[in-house]
Design a protein around this ligand. Structure first.
Ligand code: GRG
Length: 371
């Protein structure tokens, strides 16, 4: 892994492929949060809550004073204005409540130390009411089912400290687990609903949901670890499913899943770090989906999150910054402070190649079925 020298200006001292544009990324994140006239800002209004979560978490991972530099008081006031009387949060002021934005809102409030300022009991009741008889969750009152919502529900309730409440239990955790388990495919991956194609984004949601429910034992870690490792392209970047292009966001969706499964070393980590660094916008800051493309806050968060999971900062002048938690996608110290728990697999001792060779030998030893 590339290490920056201990010079006063790490950006200048690093070899070109190892430059991390630390200051520029921070300025970029502040600028996009303030530039309300930009076309990108207007077009992303419907998902502002998630955008603010990505920006704030990225700043926290850069070791910044998020409250001060991102106008924390104003952000908290705005998030609170987005909570509906039913308890759910919308993606913006006046927008309908949805599980996606309820989780983002709670993550923002947690980051800014303001969880107690919202109506937590109502938020928990809103989430719980979206659980269906088969254990799945609707995203909102309109009834779409998706494993993203299973993750959002479990993570939201965990952040609110309501997931393991016993009497009366707010949701049926075992049924929630059962639904996610039914979304597992022959290749070890998971889709949005039972029978849907495996996709890295959904895999993060399912593995994360099972980890929060402490049932990561249900994952076929070897088979899924292999499928996830297969996502690494020649460029070093990761794609989300076979035959697709690499994209920086999968550095998060895949690497977090591999980390939970104890198999992050089944990919070429140095090559992935080099790919993420190549996707930085060297002048204006921020990270794009692919080298040479335009940066945005979504890829900036997942690029920095990927480098954090890779522990890339450890050997550099940026060491000592908070690591990201692979399950809750929040700074690890905050996850510890909130007492959030999840089950993860122990780190696999064998490499992917050794695991393959062993599986092949075992297959040889198995006598063919009798005619
Ligand atoms: C707290 C990090 C965090 C997440 C909350 C909303 C959510 C839970 C997870 C979303 C998971 C997901 C489905 C991610 C995929 C996003 C993405 C890049 C989709 C693109 O899909 P396609 O089909 O792209 O357009 P490909 O790469 O397959 O061509």
């Amino acid at each position: 892994m590339a290490a920056l020298s201990e010079s006063a200006s790490p950006e200048a001292a690093a070899s070109p492929e190892a430059v991390f544009h630390d200051e520029k990324h921070a300025s970029y994140l502040v600028a996009v949060s303030k530039n309300t006239e930009a076309i990108e800002f207007v077009l992303t209004e419907y998902m502002r809550m998630s955008g603010v979560y990505w920006g704030l978490t990225a700043m926290a991972l850069l070791g910044r004073d998020v409250h001060k530099e991102m106008d924390g008081d104003a952000v908290v006031a705005w998030v609170l204005r987005c909570q509906h009387p039913c308890g759910g949060f919308g993606g913006g002021e006046g927008h309908d409540p949805h599980l996606l934005y309820t989780l983002s809102a709670l993550q923002i409030l947690a980051l800014l130390g303001a969880l107690d300022k919202c109506d937590g009991a109502k938020a928990a009741a809103y989430v719980a009411a979206l659980q269906q008889g088969d254990g799945s969750f609707h995203g909102d009152e309109w009834g779409e089912v998706d494993t993203r919502f299973s993750y959002c529900a479990l993570s939201s309730l965990a952040i609110l400290g309501e997931l393991w409440r016993r009497s009366p239990p707010l949701i049926d955790v075992a049924k929630a687990v059962d639904f996610v388990d039914r979304c597992r495919n022959f290749d070890g991956g998971y889709g949005a609903v039972p029978g849907a194609e495996s996709h890295a984004g959904q895999i993060f949601c399912c593995v994360g949901a099972l980890a929060i429910a402490k049932r990561v034992d249900l994952v076929d870690a070897t088979l899924l670890g292999w499928w996830l490792a297969e996502r690494q392209c020649d460029s070093g970047g990761l794609n989300g499913r076979p035959e697709k292009q690499a994209d920086v966001c999968y550095s998060w969706w895949i690497l977090s899943s591999l980390t939970i499964l104890g198999r992050s070393h089944w990919i070429d980590e140095a090559k992935l770090a080099a790919f993420i660094l190549e996707c930085q916008e060297p002048d204006g800051g921020g990270v794009a989906d692919r080298p040479g493309n335009m940066a945005d806050v979504f890829h900036t968060f997942f690029g920095i999150g990927g480098l954090s999971l890779l522990k890339w900062f450890d050997g550099t002048a940026y060491a000592g910054r908070p690591a990201i938690d692979p399950v809750f996608a929040l700074p690890a110290p905050l996850v510890a402070e909130l007492g959030l728990e999840a089950s993860v697999c122990p780190r696999a001792t064998a490499s992917l190649l050794e695991t393959w060779a062993r599986a092949r030998d075992e297959e040889k030893e198995t006598p063919p079925p009798s005619p």
